[in-house]
Design a protein around this ligand. Structure first.
Ligand code: NIG
Ligand code: FE
Length: 407
């Protein structure tokens, strides 16, 4: 057992609703706080001096200077296992080229597939670990990572094995997701329906046998998979025991409805979701995940986060870090910018990158600093929590604790 502190402020995020809007006045803030930790779990939070007096014999890990402490962040949507880069796509897009023109000139998701297929497991492992460490330094200790740049049995399994191996080199929690349904690969000779069947018959059973992922994702979009074939695919994946998440309504609306109807844990993107579908989504238990990094990478509009919260939805915010549409990877900067455009409170943003995004990953053991939760928390060298988003990512996390240990 150990007491960690003192912290100028602890923002616990305790006692907040899972869904709907939040104001900063609702935040529980413990001034001059301390956190009591045992075996990687939080035993108690409270006034540091009072805890010190109550547990007079215990070890103290002293925190120097003025530090604000809050739950570590969860990035519930990334594609950080990939080879190569797409800087040329970015430049072409900014020069006015369309998605199709870029794909035809050798860019797009397919070019990342070719680079990822060419990379060895060791090369992929090195790059994914570098990106994981970048995210940890931002204060993110739970990271979802998708496959989806392999697009055949051999290479999808290669990606997921790399992610599994990466877990043995990091204290962060990695959550792998199978995104074999990212795109029908150019070298698959059948129809897109046949490709989805191939995933069900050939890829998912092997993922299950090797315990490589528990979640399945699909990109429902004109350029990827159509609504009806996607629905059938998701229902089958669910039947064999996978949790579902969906790339929904990025450019065209309609697929967030499918996500809700199949009971997906989350529907992500939603830049194009129409008002009626926002209402439908917001009434469900499917988390609505905004990906401002994709809006910034593509120069497209933001997810209607304000409307989702006002309608009572569960809003998470994730980075979507990938080589094509979201190359930045800085979730704190992205969430801060989303807040300025969508008029989100600090509380709404913090909830969206902590307990609400963890809920999207079915991890209800974290993202709140209270008795019984996982002792993942972070500090920023400042005297007020509002400074974190105010600096739009340029105020860096100072200390990162995972399971109560500084990393
Ligand atoms: O979430 N929308 C589809 N998939 C990714 C983009 C992946 C890529 O361009 O490589 C996304 O934005
Ligand atoms: Fe994505």
């Amino acid at each position: 057992m150990k007491l960690i502190g003192p912290f100028k402020q602890i923002v616990t995020l305790a006692n907040l609703p899972l869904r709907g809007k939040l104001s900063d006045e609702q935040l529980e803030i413990i001034p001059d706080g301390g956190i009591l930790v045992k075996d990687g779990t939080i035993l108690k939070t409270g006034n540091f001096s009072a805890l010190k007096a109550e547990f007079s014999e215990i070890e103290i890990e002293e925190i120097k200077g003025e530090q604000v402490c809050l739950p570590a962040f969860t990035d519930s949507h990334t594609h950080i296992c990939f080879g190569g880069n797409r800087a040329n796509d970015f430049a072409l897009r900014n020069a006015g080229k369309t998605y199709l023109e870029i794909a035809e000139s050798g860019g797009g998701i397919w070019s990342s597939v070719l680079h990822t297929r060419k990379a060895t497991e060791d090369e992929l492992l090195q790059t994914v670990l570098e990106r994981i460490n970048f995210l940890i330094a931002l204060g993110i200790t739970t990271i979802e990572i998708k496959s989806g740049y392999g697009l055949d049995v051999e290479n999808e399994l290669k990606m997921l094995r790399v992610i599994k191996k990466a877990q043995s080199f990091t204290k962060a929690t990695l959550v792998p997701t199978c995104l074999s349904a990212h795109l029908k690969p150019k070298d698959f000779t059948g129809s897109s329906e046949e490709y989805l069947e191939y995933i069900i018959d050939e890829i998912l059973p092997k993922i299950k046998a090797e315990n490589l992922a528990k979640r399945v994702d699909i990109f429902i979009e004109k350029s990827a998979f159509l609504p009806e074939e996607s629905r059938n695919f998701l229902l089958k994946a669910k039947e064999i025991g996978f949790e579902i998440t969906v790339h929904a309504d990025q450019f065209t609306s309609g697929s967030s409805r499918i996500a809700v109807e199949v009971g997906a844990k989350s529907a992500d993107h939603l830049e194009a979701t129409i008002d009626e579908d926002i209402e439908f989504l917001a009434k469900s238990n499917t988390v609505a995940t905004a990906l401002p990094g994709a809006s910034l990478g593509l120069g497209e509009k933001f997810t209607p986060a304000r409307k989702i919260l006002d309608a009572g939805g569960i809003l998470a915010i994730a980075s979507d870090w990938n080589p094509g549409s979201a190359p930045m990877g800085n979730l704190i900067t992205q969430a801060s910018i989303l807040a300025t455009f969508e008029k989100l409170s600090t509380a709404e943003v913090l909830a969206g990158i902590t307990f609400r995004s963890a809920f999207a990953l079915n991890l209800e053991d974290r993202g709140i600093l209270e008795n019984g939760k996982k002792a993942d928390f972070i500090t920023f060298k400042t005297d007020n929590f509002q400074n974190i988003l105010y600096h739009q990512g340029s105020l860096k996390a100072e200390h990162i604790f995972i399971d109560g240990e500084k990393v």
